[in-house]
Design a protein around this ligand. Structure first.
Ligand SMILES: [Zn+2]
Length: 707
């Protein structure tokens, strides 16, 4: 259960704000290990200038100019909520993992320990007949455990049991835990990044965020009604009578709504200062006296006593006390039953899997069909054993040369930021010096971790998928808890090697690019520089800029939450950032919602800074070769133009309205259309590339710029 706040890129493929459900549930014929006919073959997208629709004007709507032909040729597959140019890579990566697991699943005597683990995990996950038979049998003792509760004082014991036995639902995109009641984990101390401390976070919801319970527009109310019906159906499938299940579903919605009301919202949660609340165990216990914290910590295996705990939201735990008091032990049993079955849903019977898909994938994200079984297994294995499984991916798809070339690109973009900082008119020398110290201290992690994680203590068998998931969950939870009180391990990665994403970690001051994203259309060995800098170069610039976005700038070179800005420079920064917030607060008509620029400002700042830095780096590189951004090349385009085309191409995406709505309400990233158009419309460099006139939509009258 990771609680650490990292700033990610979030390529929109499967970044679904629903716990454990990102791999949508689908049932394929038992033991089937072949792709279904309806599935797309894995196909990498390669950038080509012929992508543009030359009948359109780039200065009117650049996203449409670059993406409309691609969109027309690439409808969203029925089992997806969205489909973009990066999605083919997602399929391609998953195919490599599948092949590795299928091979390892052959029970030969020459299998290594690691092959035994990934092979048997695969075999158990693909054994749908076995899972169907085990479903009710495995669930029953877990339900019985809850039903034996006599007193609310046993709540902590049961929550501890649930937290250690099924995957903690933690959503990277909105930094939120959805586990029963609360989340426990480790993180670096905000004030001393060399130390790892225990952190306690708000939690307790099954819907993607508090807004889903509290907003009172018609669409929100309609979804909540459907959610209540869904809860009732799942409880019925878990053995309750129809009447009882309907009554219990009402109780769940009431309890979760009270919990939602107590939660800090996702805009406030962006500011680390709001989360930096150090409390002793006695103080934590005083917030929620009805929850036996001491017993909870001892039962999950956390260190018995720490000098302090980081409590993200003391107010939440104060309010939770009221909710515990206001509900009977029977209500709490209902709550725990629901969270148990919901959390385990992907590993249970087809009927529960189907019902969960119906609400979380179809209603919330618009998918029309479930994903094939094997994809679900690949994604679950990536979560449970990903730091060993990733080795197969690296062997197959990430040669040392890719690592070297990416590192060189990273250095080029870092040099561009150095140059940018030196030239800033609004920043004074004292702050510039600190900014450059921080920039030079950034550590780059490329591809995969230095050491492969040892999963040998996790017991993986072919006989029970659910037990494999339990074992892997307990392993990871305890691995995290074991870090508490120790010096920070700087080699930790928050993403597995095949992941198509990237992140900046403000407390380690590292930028991290998994091997999974260092492939087309983001990076391609044989492509010209303009194309690579427009795609992966921007991603690199995006992550570097996170160290200097509205929250990242609050951390120093060592990852401590320490203000290194002069008051004048901080004020100048905030004025510039306010321009971004205003610009990105805009309607998303296709989903009937409004994007909140306060939620997306960190990512928007990173997008704007990232593209500019990458263009500067490209210009430097061309200059060193005696070339310029504006040389017309044989294909009729200039490097400057191709840089922007490649950038837009990387974000070409189609998203179902249901998914747009869910994303806008929960995700700190702007939707792809705005990630492209708002950024280019802020850049005189873009205007020059396509000779756009003042007053055209892609030349904003007020061009925002932070970096
Ligand atoms: Zn980001």
């Amino acid at each position: 259960m990771r609680l650490k706040s990292i700033s990610i890129l979030a390529i929109l493929v499967c970044s679904i704000p629903v716990p454990t459900q990102c791999p949508a549930q689908q049932t394929a014929p038992p033991q089937s290990q072949s792709t279904t006919a309806a599935e797309k073959a894995p196909k990498l997208e390669h950038f080509d200038v012929s992508i543009v629709d030359s009948a359109l004007d780039p200065c009117e709507d650049f996203y449409k100019y670059v993406c409309s032909k691609w969109q027309a040729a690439n409808p969203i597959p029925a089992d997806q909520g969205a489909w973009g140019t990066g999605s083919g890579l997602w399929y391609w990566n998953e195919d490599i993992l599948r092949q590795a697991m299928q091979k390892a699943a052959q029970p030969t005597s020459s299998r290594t320990d690691y092959e035994q683990e990934i092979g048997d995990y695969w075999a158990a996950c693909m054994d749908e007949a076995g899972i169907e038979a085990a479903g009710a049998r495995d669930l029953k003792p877990e339900l019985d455990r809850i039903n034996r509760m006599k007193n609310k004082s046993e709540l902590a014991d049961q929550v501890a049991h649930q937290h250690t036995t099924f995957p903690g639902a933690w959503e990277a995109d909105n930094n939120q835990t959805n586990a029963a009641l609360l989340g426990l984990g480790q993180q670096q101390d905000y004030d001393d990044a060399s130390r790892v401390v225990a952190s306690i976070d708000q939690g307790g919801l099954a819907l993607p965020s508090r807004d889903f319970y509290l907003k009172d527009d018609n669409k929100s109310k309609e979804i909540l009604v459907k959610y209540e019906a869904h809860v009732g159906k799942v409880l019925q499938l878990a053995g309750e009578s129809a009447q009882q299940a309907a009554k219990d579903a009402k109780t769940i919605v009431a309890m979760e709504t009270a919990i939602a009301r107590a939660q800090m919202d996702n805009v406030e949660r962006r500011d680390p200062k709001n989360l930096n609340n150090k409390m002793s165990l006695q103080e934590v216990a005083a917030l929620t006296p009805s929850f036996d914290w001491k017993h909870y910590l001892a039962t999950v295996g956390a260190p018995p006593s720490e000098p302090h705990y980081l409590v993200s939201s003391p107010q939440f735990f104060r309010a939770l006390e009221q909710t515990i008091q206001q509900h009977s032990v029977d209500d709490w049993k209902v709550y725990l039953r629901w969270h148990l079955v919901h959390g385990l849903a992907p590993y249970l019977t087809k009927a529960i899997v189907d019902e969960t898909w119906q609400f979380f994938e179809h209603t919330l994200l618009g998918a029309e069909q479930q994903l094939p079984r094997w994809r679900r297994c690949v994604r679950a294995a990536d979560r449970d054993l990903g730091m060993a499984l990733g080795r197969a991916y690296v062997d197959a798809a990430f040669p040392p040369e890719s690592k070297q070339r990416t590192l060189a690109l990273v250095h080029d973009v870092e040099n561009a930021l150095d140059q940018d900082i030196a030239g800033l008119e609004w920043m004074q020398p004292a702050t510039k010096e600190q900014a450059q110290i921080k920039l030079h201290a950034i550590e780059e992690k490329i591809g995969y971790p230095d050491r492969w994680r040892d999963y040998s203590s996790v017991k993986i068998t072919r006989t029970s998928y659910l037990n494999n998931v339990h074992g892997a969950t307990a392993f990871e939870f305890h691995r995290q808890l074991n870090m508490i009180g120790k010096p920070v391990d700087r080699s930790e990665w928050q993403m597995t090697p095949p992941t198509i994403n990237a992140y900046y970690d403000p407390q380690l001051n590292t930028i991290n690019f998994p091997a999974g994203i260092l492939q087309p259309p983001f990076f391609e060995k044989g492509m010209e520089d303009a194309v690579n800098y427009g795609a992966i170069g921007m991603v690199i610039g995006h992550e570097i800029t996170h160290g200097f976005d509205d929250q990242g700038r609050k951390f120093d070179a060592k990852g401590n939450l320490r203000d290194w800005w002069t008051p004048t420079d901080a004020k100048a920064y905030e004025e510039r950032d306010a321009c971004i917030v205003e610009e990105y607060t805009q309607e998303v008509p296709e989903a009937g919602v409004k994007q909140d620029g306060r939620l997306t400002q960190g990512e928007d700042t990173a997008d704007n800074g990232g593209l500019r830095l990458s263009l500067m780096a490209l210009e430097n590189k061309l200059k060193a070769q005696g070339k310029s951004l504006d040389d017309k090349e044989a294909d009729g385009w200039t490097p400057r133009q191709k840089f922007f085309l490649s950038y837009a191409h990387e974000w070409c995406t189609q998203i179902r309205p249901e998914m747009v709505r869910t994303r806008v309400l929960t995700n700190p990233h702007s939707i792809p259309k705005y990630r492209v158009n708002n950024v280019v419309a802020n850049m005189p460099e873009f205007r020059r590339a396509f000779s756009c006139k003042a007053g055209t939509p892609m030349v904003h009258a007020k061009q925002c710029r932070v970096w």
